[in-house]
Design a protein around this ligand. Structure first.
Ligand code: NAX
Length: 330
């Protein structure tokens, strides 16, 4: 067993996704079967009692890898010495809330959390933002932590990738494991563009395997874009198990080299790839070496894809504009 435990922060740890993810982290599914962890769990005051219950259950699992736990309502304590920060906790949209209100409420969370990460985290910290609107929450936190390299910040589009892969597998009647090269472009929202044009099934372009191109162009995209709402409709609650799973997948795809020729979906800082405005936290196809990552270049888009990417870019620019008061002038 490795000697030094890695500290992992989870915010909103008593929430739905928090409850689904902390057991997986403590059991070794995030950092591997030999890596002890210290879980540092952040909650707001009213949820501290529920968080204590989660901690009791974690204790009751007697996970050999769970070296210690810290339960706190103070961001600076939660992020102390962490190498991974999973920013899950956020304020959901309530009836009557405008998009701008939602962004500014969450900006009030993610700005201070960005500062606290910069002040207290380990020198190698990497951050995954799950709490919605995750691209712009990530942008706010990142811009409030200018000393942390922008490449260490990720927002989660992996759940959309996984949803898209499953839809394609079902349609083609193949196991999901043979679907690859599925990228989610842009925002984790209903404007995202799940790119089946460049995805593959057992190495063959999806459009050569699935002959129903009408479905691929419309219904498939809409199903992925609206899958979160469909889960709420069915379950009465938003996606939690699948979101926790996608967060684990995201971090594994950053930590480990991407399979040859494949790519995965992450929203990362734009350096202008594909004409995307610099600095946006944008969903791209990403390839990791395990030590670093890059946006996959050279993917071609038809006019429909270009228009969809333009729309999702436009939405992210509007979101950035709505939160400009929450980020330090650069
Ligand atoms: P819950 O409402 O069940 O849990 C959120 C938790 O965050 C609560 O326990 C709350 O007390 C806590 N919290 C609120 N403000 C906090 C703060 N300032 N510091 C620490 N904790 C705080 O929501 P849940 O279903 O767990 O979803 C969490 C977030 O993930 C939501 O924003 C949700 O929209 C987002 N999602 C993102 C997805 C993605 O693909 N990026 C998919 C799933 C999910 O919709």
């Amino acid at each position: 067993m490795a000697e030094r435990p890695v500290h992992v922060a989870v915010t909103g740890a008593a929430g739905q996704i928090g409850y689904a993810i902390v057991f997986r982290i403590a059991s070794g599914q995030l950092l591997g079967p030999d890596q002890p962890v210290v879980l540092r769990m952040l909650e707001i005051e009213p949820a501290m009692k529920a968080l204590e219950g989660v901690a009791m259950e974690l204790e009751d699992c007697a996970f050999p890898l769970l070296h210690d736990m810290e339960l706190t309502s103070k961001a600076e304590e939660a992020f102390d010495g962490v190498s991974w920060a999973l920013l899950v906790g956020s304020v959901p949209r309530k009836a009557g809330m405008e998009r701008g209100d939602l962004l500014s409420v969450n900006g009030g969370i993610f700005g201070p959390q960005g500062k606290a990460i910069a002040a207290k985290a380990a020198h190698d910290v990497r951050i995954l933002v799950v709490g919605n609107p995750c691209n712009t929450n990530c942008l706010i936190a990142r811009l409030n932590a200018p000393d942390i390299p922008a490449e260490r910040w990720f927002a989660m589009t992996r759940l959309d990738e996984n949803r898209a892969k499953s839809q394609l597998a079902k349609k083609a009647k193949v196991p999901v494991s043979v679907v690859s090269n599925m990228a989610i472009w842009g925002n984790h929202s209903a404007t995202q563009y799940p790119d089946a044009r460049n995805a593959r099934i057992a190495g063959t372009p999806v459009y050569d395997v699935i002959s129903d191109h009408g479905w691929l162009k419309d219904k498939f995209i809409e199903t992925v874009q609206k899958r979160g709402a469909a889960v709420i409709e069915a379950r009465g609650l938003s996606s939690a198990g699948s979101a926790a799973n996608a967060a684990i997948d995201s971090i594994n795809s950053i930590r480990n080299a991407t399979a040859w020729g494949d790519w995965t979906s992450l929203a990362v800082v734009s350096h202008g790839e594909y004409g995307t405005p610099e600095g946006l936290q944008f969903g791209f196809p990403v390839r990791s070496t395990g030590k670093g990552w890059e946006v996959v270049e050279g993917i071609e888009h038809d006019d429909d894809a270009k228009e969809r990417i333009r729309k999702t870019t436009e939405e992210l620019l509007q979101e950035r504009d709505l939160v400009k008061e929450l980020v330090p002038a650069g």
